[in-house]
Ligand binder design. Structure first.
Ligand SMILES: Cc1cc2nc3c(=O)[nH]c(=O)nc-3n(C[C@H](O)[C@H](O)[C@H](O)COP(=O)(O)OP(=O)(O)OC[C@H]3O[C@@H](n4cnc5c(N)ncnc54)[C@H](O)[C@@H]3O)c2cc1C
Length: 535
């Protein structure tokens, strides 16, 4: 089999690439995806993420190596598997980050990726229910709507932020991120809008686009230094697909660096130790790994307060699923957080440095940490998940084995940097300040996690280490730049070889101030334009 472009991975960025490249009928495109078609009721129903993130069918279900900086825990690290990738199992929040994030990228050597360069691609990819303007799109495939299911507890959260002096944000994805809000989501008419729904499925009618599911890419093939195709493993065995023009890796921040290393591009000593012939010594492949770290805290609400603890358990859950199936409305349409805020740890700051995720539901955190599944508390509850927006801790990914199916060795080093610990403490104390406001205090009975006995810096940090969670936003492992160690040049071409690019969340030099689905889609849009321009 052969094509002009071979795309590896049908996730957030890969789906956009397949759509944009195959829009040219003279261009033959093949996309290979290790998982399945990505279609199921649980993927489509927004609250289905509660189940799909922990399942092997829809998620890779990796664990990190032992993380010394968080009490020797091994963090569960779900990534989406199947057409749509992580946009199939994500929490559905639509967040672009701050304009300054992209100007920082540019300053770090990602030339051509400043805010004014990337803004048109965010705009092009979406249709925003709030209407189009200079920044917001009105004709893109990705549907973006504000949370539809609202309640008194979330209203009180927003009133609490107002009491603390945090303004209501007019549009946190517009000119200024600062403020509190009901989240914008990738939900349309009650259904998840994944990258596959938005971009890939409409393009699959084209005769020049071929999508192959159940195909695990093992490595990129080379003739000298030119990428000529890929090797895939399917149920039929091992096959090759030839790429006449380019191979494009969109396998995500864990799998794209893994594939580069399996193909001989990475830190030479590590590749030699794995018995892989070195094609190009690229020391930063797998380095620079960044993620948000969510500091989950929860409260028991007074008995009459609104929460999802009642709605998502027992007979009410069944009723709500049936209601959803019939009407596409109700509690099963909720994203992972309904309300939130981008706040400043110090009012003198120019831009927010802490994000809040707020949802009126609580579970037993002990069980989450043990097996990745939460048991709902049998009382109404509220969870606040603040996180530091631009963490300084850096992790890395290495091969654990030359076997293409093996789980890589991933360490995030959460909370390792002193600045991250300091800001995390501030974020947790701000959560308590929010709950102590008149508006929210009237609904709250008691703090359940970590509990009011936990007061000193040491106690709070101890809790953060034991119970903090991945923000599900790994990026940076195939960083673009212009320095000699950069994995990619700013056109996303892999340094040291020809005919190979990486186009997904791994290319970010630095984590953006927010969730990463919209930025990954933007990278797919801009990457496709760069390819079209170059050929
Ligand atoms: C549980 C969870 C919750 C999240 N919540 C949010 C949120 O609310 N808002 C937000 O903005 N972001 C969220 N994110 C993050 C966001 O979804 C991701 O950053 C984004 O989807 C990454 O896009 P990507 O294209 O880099 O990779 P992915 O979308 O992960 O795509 C990679 C694809 O490559 C495939 N693949 C990997 N290896 C191979 C191989 N060897 N051969 C063939 N195929 C392969 C994978 O199966 C996958 O389909 C969340 C992520 C997760 C996992």
């Amino acid at each position: 089999m052969s094509a002009d472009f071979v795309i590896v991975g049908g996730g957030s960025a890969g789906c956009v690439l397949a759509d944009r490249l195959s829009a040219d009928p003279s261009c033959r495109v093949v996309l290979v995806e290790a998982g399945g078609t990505g279609t199921s009721f649980l993927v489509s129903m927004p609250a289905g993420y509660g189940k799909t993130t922990g399942e092997f069918g829809h998620s890779w279900h990796y664990h990190s190596a032992v993380e010394d900086s968080i009490d020797q825990r091994r963090m569960l690290l779900p990534r989406g598997r199947g057409l749509g990738g992580s946009s199939n199992i994500n929490g559905l929040l639509y967040v672009r980050g701050q304009h300054a994030d992209y100007d920082t990228w540019s300053n770090l050597g990602a030339l051509g990726w400043g805010w004014s360069d990337v803004a048109p691609y965010f705009r092009r990819s979406e249709t925003y229910a709030g209407g189009g303007d200079a920044l917001r799109g009105d004709s893109g495939g990705l549907r973006v709507e504000e949370v539809s299911h609202r309640d008194a507890t979330n209203d009180a959260v927003l009133a609490g932020f107002r009491e603390l002096g945090v303004p209501m944000a007019r549009d946190y994805n517009g000119a200024d991120q600062y403020g509190a809000f009901y989240y914008q989501t990738t939900i349309h008419e009650g259904k998840r809008c994944s990258a596959a729904d938005a971009f890939l499925r409409p393009a699959m009618r084209r005769p020049n686009l071929r999508v192959i599911t159940g195909a695990h890419c093992r490595r990129v093939l080379f003739d000298g230094r030119r990428a000529t195709g890929i090797e895939i493993e399917t149920r039929r065995g091992v096959e090759t697909i030839a790429a006449a023009r380019e191979v494009l890796l969109s396998a995500g921040a864990y799998h794209s660096p893994k594939l580069l290393m399996l193909s001989g591009i990475g830190p030479a000593a590590h590749l030699q130790a794995m018995g892989i012939p070195v094609l190009h010594d690229s020391p930063d492949v797998g380095e620079n790994l960044q993620d948000h770290y969510i500091l989950t805290m929860s409260w028991r609400l007074r008995s009459r307060s609104y929460s999802y603890n009642r709605e998502l358990g027992g007979a009410r859950l069944l009723w709500n699923v049936l209601r959803y199936a019939a009407t596409r409305k109700g509690p099963m349409t909720i994203p992972v957080a309904q309300t939130g805020a981008f706040v400043k740890s110090d009012p003198a700051l120019q831009a927010p440095d802490i994000q809040f995720h707020c949802l009126p539901v609580t579970g037993d955190l002990d069980q989450v940490m043990d097996g990745g599944k939460a048991t709902l508390s049998n009382f109404p509850g509220l969870t606040l998940g603040p996180n530091v927006l631009r963490p300084e801790s850096r992790g890395r990914l290495r091969l654990a084995s030359p076997d293409a199916q093996a789980v890589p060795d991933i360490v995030h080093n959460y909370l390792e940097a002193e600045a991250d610990r300091r800001l995390s403490l501030r974020a947790m104390r701000m959560a308590r300040e929010l709950v102590a406001t008149r508006a929210l205090g009237a609904l709250v009975d008691a703090e359940t996690w970590p509990g009011s006995q936990c007061t000193t810096d040491d106690e709070l940090l101890g809790y953060a280490r034991q119970f903090g969670n991945t923000g599900y936003h790994p990026v940076g492992t195939c960083r673009m730049g212009i320095d000699t160690r950069a994995v990619l040049d700013p056109q996303l071409r892999v340094n040291g070889v020809i005919g190979l690019r990486v186009i997904d969340a791994s290319v970010m030099p630095r984590l953006v101030s927010g969730n990463t689905n919209a930025p990954a889609i933007m990278i797919g849009e801009k990457g496709a334009d760069m390819i079209a321009g170059g050929h």
